[in-house]
Design a binder for this molecule. Sequence first.
Ligand code: ZN
Length: 133
Amino acid sequence: MQKIEHIGIAVKNLEESNLRFAKLLNTTHYKTEKVSSEGVLTSFFQLGDMKIELLQAINESSPIHRFIESKGEGIHHIAFAVENVNAELKRLKDAGFDAIHDTPKQGADNKIIAFLHPKSTHGVLTEICSEQS
Ligand code: ZN
């Protein structure tokens, strides 16, 4: 793991949240992106060398919809930058962590991503990601 790449925050309304986080962070989001495979609309704020990712569900089968239904808005996941998602996912699975996806997939912000199940990380939904090459 190299560093925290971003923190993902589940929100009900991306437009309102973009305004609120722009005030909080004193900077505006630099992109909005829909990830249809995950059923989310995302926006990103750059903060030093890390980011804040806001996630809004675009349909009721979205994991973000289910998350907000059960827990409300708030921190959804922490993403760590890694050199190679495939190699790191294998290392983590070998070390006993439960992967949500068996193979890495395309994520937002031009990243290859994989998630670890929070039950194997003390309740923290954990993403590993690397720049798509
Ligand atoms: Zn993320």
